[in-house]
Ligand binder design. Sequence first.
Ligand SMILES: C[S@@+](CC[C@H](N)C(=O)[O-])C[C@H]1O[C@@H](n2cnc3c(N)ncnc32)[C@H](O)[C@@H]1O
Length: 301
Amino acid sequence: MDFVFDEYMDFIPDFSFFEQAVHRPPPVHVRINRLKARPEDVLSSLSSRGIKASQVSERYGSFYVLEGVSHPGNLPEYHLGCIHPQALTSCLAAVVLNPSPGSRVLDMCAAPGGKTAHISELMQNRGLVVANELVPARQSPLGHTLTRLGIMNAVVTGYQAQEFPMRNRFDFILADVPCSGEGGLRAEKEHKKPSGRRGRMILQELQKRILLRGFDMLADRGIMLYSTCTYNPDENEAVVQYLLEQRDAELLPVQTGFNQEPGLSSRKKEHYDSRLTAAARFYPHRVDSVGFFMARIRRRR
Ligand SMILES: C[S@@+](CC[C@H](N)C(=O)[O-])C[C@H]1O[C@@H](n2cnc3c(N)ncnc32)[C@H](O)[C@@H]1O
């Protein structure tokens, strides 16, 4: 097949290594759900059946890679809600948002719910998480995820995120927006073609509206995380740039301890605000997971 990411050769570092990485299947990452189990108990249960689980990094005691398991959703630990299969980069979103127990959180685009459940776990099931998902067929899997993982502080709503009612303010907001999903195109999904430029520009309009709406619902000292699983600057830097032009927003550093790249400050003929270098880009040859982008945002003080 033609290599679909050639158009990003100008900004993805070590492009030939990137190319090799996207042709390899991603590792099977799981997050241990501490609301239901202690990591040592899950590890001993897995190991008693010959399943090897290795910790991804000492800093993150809940993230593991499983060996010899292709479908972690078949494991009893999954059905018991002790583990959740989740890409490592996707796990980093809730950690970077860092919601405090007892706070009010809005997850604007929540299904299938891995990040919502992680947010509730970090909040120790205290406070309120509004898990919003527009598509009715995806609300049911979202509810199942939250129930299986023992989430007790979340409610599901079904608004268009870009029109979410402005009646409340939130301390933490996650906008994990619909995107072209290019970051997830690795080996076994090679047959899927990324959306064309037109599709990506339609997505960009929606992403801008969702980001602006989320920002307007932030409490005074609130923190917002904008994330996508795409490499496309039109859905990443250009969207956050739009927010910086429209609102008095500032970007905070994204520190994960993993090998990440800064957001772009320019690309071909585009020039982005230099503050965008505070955002983070994740590539599969640097962090063996799905490609990801995060920008951490708050009102300018
Ligand atoms: C990238 S996925 C979210 C993944 C989720 N945060 C997770 O970690 O499991 C984006 C979600 O937004 C939903 N969606 C699409 N358009 C939306 C809109 N206008 N308002 C709210 N949700 C929307 C999609 O159905 C999809 O479930």
